[in-house]
Write a protein that binds this ligand. Sequence first.
Ligand code: CUK
Ligand code: CUA
Length: 653
Amino acid sequence: MRSKRYLWPFALATAAVAVAVAGLGSCAGPGGSADIGSVARERGLTDADVLAAVKTYQPTGRFDEYIMFSSGGHSGQVLVIGIPSMRLLKVIAAFTPEPWQGFGYGAEEHKELLASARMAGHDLAWGDTHHPALSETDGDYDGGFLFINDKANPRIGVIDLRDFETKQIVTNPNMGTNHGGAFVTPNTEYVIEAAQYSIPLWTDYADTDRYEQDYRGLVTLWKFDRASGRLDESASFSMELPPYWHDLSDAGKGPSAGWAFLNSFNAEMATGGVEDGNPPFESGASANDMDYMHIINWERAAEIAAQRGKTRTRNGQRIIPMSVAVEEGILFLVPEPKSPHGADVTPDGRFIVVSGKLDPHVTIYSWEKIQQAINNRDFAETDPYGIPILDFASVIDGQLEVGLGPLHTQFDNAGCAYTSIFLETKVTKWCLEPLAVADDIGVHYNVGHLATAEGDTKSPDGKYLVAMNKWSLDRFNPVGPLLPQNFQLIDISGDEMQLLYDMPIGVGEPHYAQIIKADKLEPFKVYPQVGYAPHTMAASPNAVLGGQESVQRRGNQVTVNMTAIRSHFTPEYIRVREGDRVRINITSIEQAHDATHGFGIAKYNINLSLEPGESQTVEFVADTPGVFPFYCTEFCSALHLEMMGYLLVEPRS
Ligand code: CUK
Ligand code: CUA
């Protein structure tokens, strides 16, 4: 009874909103009230609630105006969400095996990718994605590629937005973890990745009593080759940094193009050890009033990295040592208050906004003043590693009190900025010229990053802001002690911010997201040809066309060339002997939009997803005798249940 009473008003409200959007006035919904006013009254909705519903509801078949790519946190994936509806469209398998996409469930192509993503001799079945970065052309998202970092295991994934699949994972051999990635330069020349927790750099092992001598930070600039859609490891380079803990990066644009900004904390170089009577990391690393933002001339660094004798190589990576960076004038520090988090360049590239978790202000640095100080060699002092430190007061444009625990800042199209306020659990809107607070809005609860529409480009759209919240407490039906992180969609088109929608996230803690105009994306409807290999984005050498199906045996190696089309596999029998090595080349010869087939083999941990035209290969040893049905795992047609076959593994004895 209870659930029924709950459901009726919900269905009615949906119908009523649909009517409102269509402008039809009224019509009879099921079971009672048929006009918006009485449904709203029955459900206890305010005018603002109804307005929010009307601003976000998408009638069937209507596409969203924006697409948000969000990190999936420690799910290791990327979430694709429509805005303003906040409908979840896809979870892109990035660092974690994902069975729906058949990612990591037997395909040789994925085995290769995941093997390249191993670190320290371990297969890694998770990642902690924090910062997605859309590829840019001339400072604008171009819809071509998405890069995503794995904080836990210092890796960067490359996702091709023609098919929303992960194509490459590069591992960073000289980092312990990474946090200052992925951020792109204005023409995606490079993808920036900075380490977070320092580890020894020039030696494999050193205890933390050698912290200041042997531990180091690192920033890597991964060269992106757009033609191949891959990061080019041999053309990439790194720069040695002091063993502060590096936080977030952003690339300069406009007047600051060619430079990158990277904030840091634990400039104290605290080494913790509360169990030995030392101050814990949390207090040791926040003892000082100031940490440092790093100012890096990446354009010049790239030239220096190409010169003989200017780099040292470690684990195959070219690294510009700090001493060279100082000598060449490509690395500077500027103090930033206090336990900073977030460094965000304004759309015009003239200012860099930094927040201190323990300082109620945002600090706005002037690129013009920074440049002047650098050109005049106007340095206050050097850090223990000889890096010039600019004078704080002479390079800031101003500071503005925005609330307790400010974290991340995003921008709109009207010269205003939005800063997440973690402790006060709100978003503060403020404007740059003149510098003043304009508005604030409570969010639930404890917000981390914010994302505005086209927010990291040189020309943000304004319109929408998403608050990415850490806690949900009383916002949703309780689901045990582990509650969902959540997103709140906020309308920022007017002077006052309006909360539109709450979306729980059930898979991990998202950190950052970017929002792109949906019409910039042009994904494939079907793969360009039958027998296509998504991992190379080219014709597959293992393609099997209709009529080419076969089973071949050579010794104990059995090769099956198979096709899939509604609603059968050809062949339907795979007969092998126990211990045989079985290789199945399988091509979906479908060309119909959205006609996906799966290929799962019972008990062998194999499942593929074959989109129209796609070719994949699985290889395994038939080590267990018996009869194993295989079947299509997508309900592809009326006779989908019949789309199956048998793997018969005959016992040796
Ligand atoms: S971080 Cu998570 S809320 Cu990794 Cu960008 Cu600030
Ligand atoms: Cu193909 Cu179900």
